[in-house]
Ligand binder design. Structure first.
Ligand code: MV4
Length: 502
């Protein structure tokens, strides 16, 4: 497997290219016209154009990706996450073209994509599932009957769904019929399949997921859990490992359940078993058959490079660890940095990145897919990169994250950095009191507070830069300043160590 085509973009494409390089594997990037100068296209050993900016004309074009794979001589394709990562037909097309798909088989992707089949497989394997049906409901009458027998509130879910589409809560018998019809309609339009099943509604659960890793020789291990409860509209914002809620015994039980789940489907590669956790009990929710955005927090507490091991497993290597040899050290937190304004309802922001200053120092990692000078548009997901920190304790990780967020400076598009600083300072978060209702319960995190120092600093930087740019555009080209060196720009004057922030 000397070469891998990365069928993705942004931070995950950069992440995979780096893992390829460390293994001496040739990296082949693909890019759309909007990404011609993007970091992933520049960092790879070679880069091939897919087509115009829209994903439907580029990153989702299976025919064009396979055509590049053939012309570049790629031996394998890594789908990353999103785009085609969990589309069984793509996985099958890759293997039918004689290439290695870095991920599980199309059959496994299909099986875990059908939420009722997944629940059935887990129930058979003895993995606890949320109480409810494992078959779609035939009609609103059956929904009414089953809900009455289970007790309200109940949750109606799309069998072909996931990520919250086609989901409806019904608090009482008056609502069940309307909720069932609405869920079926939404599921039909979102997935072309209106099948709906029903579960007992857990009112304040935590979202805790377990990372699993399997090879093609029947070995499966788990790499501990990630707490992913801080979400907005099913988009995770802050993740951490380990979860502040789990005691060692529950961690062992959940890990065991996750390994059982992976074995039940002969899982090969990196996968994630999602659970809901409430009042000390946990229930299987879904299985994700891809590398996830938040994988770095697991890497930092286990010391295992998950993308490297996806590649190693894909080329037939055996996992070198028994479960007991997987150890956990310290605490890691990830903040997703998106081009969204948290004080305008996370409104997506576009523009050119005029300036980017990244944090560093001990225990700070930036997995990014952007550089200064790049245009941020609306074609793709607003994720610019992830800021991840590690420290020996959770408290240490929180303080380190606060420092790192304070060092982060991006001028040109809005970001949600200030939201993350507020979360790190918020007492329920600091106490580990989390659930999927966190944002709902802390509305103050997404209001415009009085401007904080770092916000003032950033506003000043932006004003200086924009003024400098305006002057540059107006001024005649400089022949060479008398002092021999370039005159110090307003920016340097304003922010040099001995300069005072305005
Ligand atoms: C649930 C639930 C409460 N009770 N199932 C959200 C999308 C999909 N992953 C399943 N989801 C949920 N299923 C029962 N029986 C609450 C959610 C849920 C959720 C789950 C995890 C993380 C964030 C969430 C946000 C809203 C709802």
């Amino acid at each position: 497997m000397e070469s891998v085509l990365i069928a993705n973009r942004g931070e995950i494409a950069v992440r995979i290219i780096r893992a390829c390089r460390e293994l001496g594997i040739r990296s082949i990037a693909v890019y759309s016209d909007a990404d011609a100068d993007a970091p992933h296209a520049r960092l790879a050993d070679e880069a091939w154009r897919l087509g115009p900016a829209p994903s439907s004309e580029s990153y989702l074009r299976v025919d064009r990706i396979l055509d590049v794979a053939a012309r570049s001589g790629a031996a394998a394709i890594h789908p990353g996450y999103g785009f085609l990562a969990e589309r069984a037909p793509f996985a099958r097309a890759v293997t039918e073209a004689g290439l290695v798909f870095i991920g599980p088989s199309g059959t496994t992707i299909d099986e875990m994509g059908d939420k009722t089949r997944a629940r059935t497989r887990m129930q058979e394997a003895g993995v606890p599932i949320v109480p409810g049906t494992t078959e779609p409901l035939s009609d609103a009458d059956e929904a009414e009957e089953v809900a009455a027998s289970m007790g309200y509130p109940v949750l109606l879910k799309a069998a072909a769904g996931g990520g919250g589409k086609g989901m409806r809560v019904a608090e009482d018998p008056e609502k069940i019929r309307r909720s069932f019809e609405a869920a079926a309609r939404e599921a039909e339009s979102a997935f072309g399949d209106g099948s709906i099943y029903i579960e007992k509604y857990l009112t304040r659960p935590r979202h805790i997921e377990i990372q699993v890793l399997g090879d093609t020789h029947g070995n499966v291990v788990h790499l501990g859990e990630r707490e992913c409860s801080i979400q907005r509209r099913h988009q995770k914002l802050v993740e951490e490992a380990p979860s502040p809620a789990l005691d060692p015994e529950t961690r062992r039980r959940m890990g065991e359940a996750a390994v059982t789940a992976a074995r039940a489907v002969d899982y090969a590669g990196a996968g994630t078993i999602e659970f809901l956790w409430q009042d000390g009990d946990f229930y299987f929710l879904e299985m994700n058959t891809r590398i996830q955005v938040e994988h770095p927090v697991t890497e930092l507490i286990t010391g295992i490079d998950l993308v490297e091991w996806q590649l190693r497993v894909a080329r037939g290597e055996r996992l070198p660890w028994s479960q007991d040899e997987i150890t956990f050290e310290g605490h890691a937190i990830e903040c997703r940095i998106t081009s969204e304004n948290p004080d305008e309802g996370f409104l997506p922001s576009t523009g050119r990145i005029r300036h980017l200053e990244l944090p560093g120092g001990p225990g700070v990692r930036w997995d990014g897919g952007v550089t200064a000078g790049m245009e941020v548009g609306l074609h793709y997901d607003p994720l610019l990169g992830k800021l991840i920190v590690w420290a020996p304790t959770r408290e240490g990780a929180i303080e380190r994250m606060r420092r790192a967020l304070g060092e982060f400076a991006l001028v040109g598009v809005d970001t949600c950095v200030t939201f993350h600083s507020r979360v790190m300072a918020e007492e329920a978060f600091r106490a580990g009191d989390l659930s999927i209702r966190y944002l709902e319960e802390h509305p103050e995190l997404t209001r415009a507070p009085e401007r904080t120092d770092s916000e003032l600093r950033l506003a000043a930087a932006a004003a200086v830069l924009l003024e400098e740019e305006r002057r540059r555009e107006l001024a005649p080209p400089r022949i060479g300043s008398g002092s021999g060196g370039r005159a110090r720009s307003d920016w340097q004057r304003a922010f040099s160590p001995h300069g005072e922030a305005r």
